[in-house]
Design a protein around this ligand. Structure first.
Ligand code: ZN
Length: 277
């Protein structure tokens, strides 16, 4: 399989090709030399998890992570407990499919101070950490672009993610997912990536591009090369820390989901090759 070796470290998220079922992803990804897969929980609905684990292995794909946990903040203790239980379920699912990592979209509540939400996020992670460690599953805090600070994440910079890791006592199982879409604008990005490397917190690296104009705040991400993010430069900073993990293509796009997903995967392969080879 020469194609596979030439695209070493290429991972695609199931949400990137949302119209495809997990079974279709397992057929189509390897054809383009994709060797890693991050599985979104909705792709697992109605599936036998041990069968998914076996089928993924048989397809020759590494499961890079399960996406996603998080959404810890809420205005009532009962709702925060519900969130903790959902994260415990995600840990069980990750263990069942053999995913070594869960990506956390940490959550936020409109009108609740971001400082309070970050405290609730810290408490929520602390509550599920023993179960994650017992299951051998790591957790990655993914800072989200500040345009999502209202209702998706009160963690908007690498620095804030580091502060939560610090507050938790720097457990080895809690780190950071660096997604270029969310953090490319941050003047501290390089130094914070360096720090993540030094502290062993660089758990995942996600790529896509920022389109101008962006016409939908959530579902108008670009394929690498379609936008203005300095992806290769950021990638080089990540590599310089010693990171050897997958480069994960995570794209939410109504425009690209409406296209032929096989051709879209061809474009992902080609744009990845243009970036890295
Ligand atoms: Zn991401």
């Amino acid at each position: 399989m020469p194609a596979a070796s030439s695209h070493r470290r290429l991972c695609v998220h199931t949400i990137t090709t949302k119209p495809l079922s997990i079974e279709e992803c397992l057929v189509e990804f390897p054809k383009r030399g994709v060797s890693g897969i991050t599985i979104w929980r909705q792709a697992l609905e109605g599936r036998d998890l041990s069968a998914v684990a076996r089928q993924t292995r048989e397809a020759g794909l590494d499961i890079v992570s399960l996406s996603r946990g998080g959404f810890f903040p809420a205005t009532s203790a009962a709702a925060r407990q519900t969130a903790i239980e959902d994260n415990l379920k995600a840990i069980d699912q990750a263990q069942a499919i053999g995913a070594p990592l869960i990506v956390l979209v940490c959550g936020a509540v409109p009108g609740q101070p971001l400082t309070e939400s970050r405290k609730q996020i810290t408490d929520g992670i602390a509550a599920v950490l023993p179960a994650a460690e017992k299951a051998g599953v790591k957790l990655a805090i993914e800072p989200l672009h500040p345009m999502y600070a209202d209702d998706r994440s009160a963690v908007n910079t690498m620095r804030q993610a580091h502060e939560i890791c610090d507050a938790l006592g720097s457990p080895a199982s809690v780190g950071i997912a660096v997604d270029v879409y969310h953090v490319w604008w941050d003047p501290e990005l390089k130094s914070q990536i360096d720090l993540a490397g030094q502290t062993g917190r660089l758990h995942a690296f996600h790529i896509c591009d920022w389109r101008t104009p962006t016409i939908d705040l959530l579902n108008d991400r670009g394929l690498m090369g379609e936008g203005c993010i300095n992806i290769r430069e950021i990638s080089d900073w990540v590599e310089a820390t010693g990171f050897t993990g997958y480069r994960e293509v995570e794209i939410f796009s109504n425009r690209l989901w409406a296209t032929d997903q096989g051709e879209f995967l061809d474009r992902i392969r080609d744009s990845y090759a243009a970036l890295y080879e």
